[in-house]
Design a protein around this ligand. Structure first.
Ligand SMILES: C[S@@+](CC[C@H](N)C(=O)[O-])C[C@H]1O[C@@H](n2cnc3c(N)ncnc32)[C@H](O)[C@@H]1O
Length: 221
């Protein structure tokens, strides 16, 4: 995938919190419609082993976090997000599970509030599609820092499709970026390698013509 075809990020970092504050009430409807298939594959690839330390970066409303927590009854599951309105929804969703072995808090992917070699698994979905390309490697290095040697990284992102129908969604972004929450198609696998992950595997998934990539990468031992 030629990385030059990634469009510039048009949602300024300072607009992310205000944008996701108004998107929060409608986020899950669209996410279920177009991201559910990729999320299912990604969570399958994540293959949580009970007892692990699991971190999700950009938990949003907790759609994946709930699954990660329920799969890890004897472990510890942590999550961060930049937007309080998204995080409040995640907290409500997760409270209904009755589990207590987790922590959710505000945080930024650019400076994770975790020590080096902390997590066995780090999950991140539909966040890189908001970031400027110049931030990809620094943020992936931050993920790499927080993972234990042998730790796994699983990501789902809006990607760049190969058929004309996949480009319809990118058209919405071109028209007015907040319509898609500022997300545009990205292809992150080559940057994972630059940040020190190997091996890196990628799958393409389309749902209602919305193109997603699912990535599994490992921090070498
Ligand atoms: C499209 S939503 C995806 C939410 C969730 N990961 C999911 O797949 O349902 C993007 C989320 O990324 C969060 N986000 C964006 N930039 C971030 C950053 N630098 N650090 C942490 N969270 C961020 C936003 O607040 C928002 O909740």
């Amino acid at each position: 995938m030629p990385t030059e075809s990634i469009r510039p990020a048009r949602l300024a970092p300072s607009r992310i919190v205000p944008t996701y504050t108004w998107i929060a009430p409608v986020h899950d409807g669209l996410a279920r419609l177009v991201e559910a298939r990729a999320r299912r594959l990604g969570l399958g690839w994540a293959a949580v082993r009970d007892g692990e330390t699991v971190v999700e970066v950009a938990v949003g409303t907790g759609l994946s976090f709930r699954h990660l927590l329920l799969a890890n009854p004897h472990g510890w599951t942590e999550g961060i997000d930049l937007t309080p309105a998204m995080l409040r929804r995640a907290e409500r969703r997760v409270a209904r599970t009755g589990r207590t072995n987790y922590r959710l808090r505000l945080g930024n992917a650019r400076a994770l509030p975790y020590p080096d070699a902390y997590a066995d698994l780090l999950v991140n979905s539909y966040m890189f599609d908001l970031l400027p390309v110049a931030d990809f490697v620094p943020v992936l290095r931050e993920f790499h820092r927080v993972l234990k040697p042998g730790g796994r990284l699983v990501m789902m992102n809006m990607t760049i499709g190969t058929r004309w129908i996949h480009h319809l969604w990118e058209g919405l972004y071109r028209l007015y970026p907040p319509l898609l929450g500022g997300c545009r198609g990205v292809a992150v696998a080559p940057y994972c390698e630059q940040a020190g992950f190997a091996p890196v595997r990628r799958a393409f998934v389309s749902q209602w013509s919305f193109p997603s990539e699912v990535i599994h990468a490992e921090k070498p031992t």
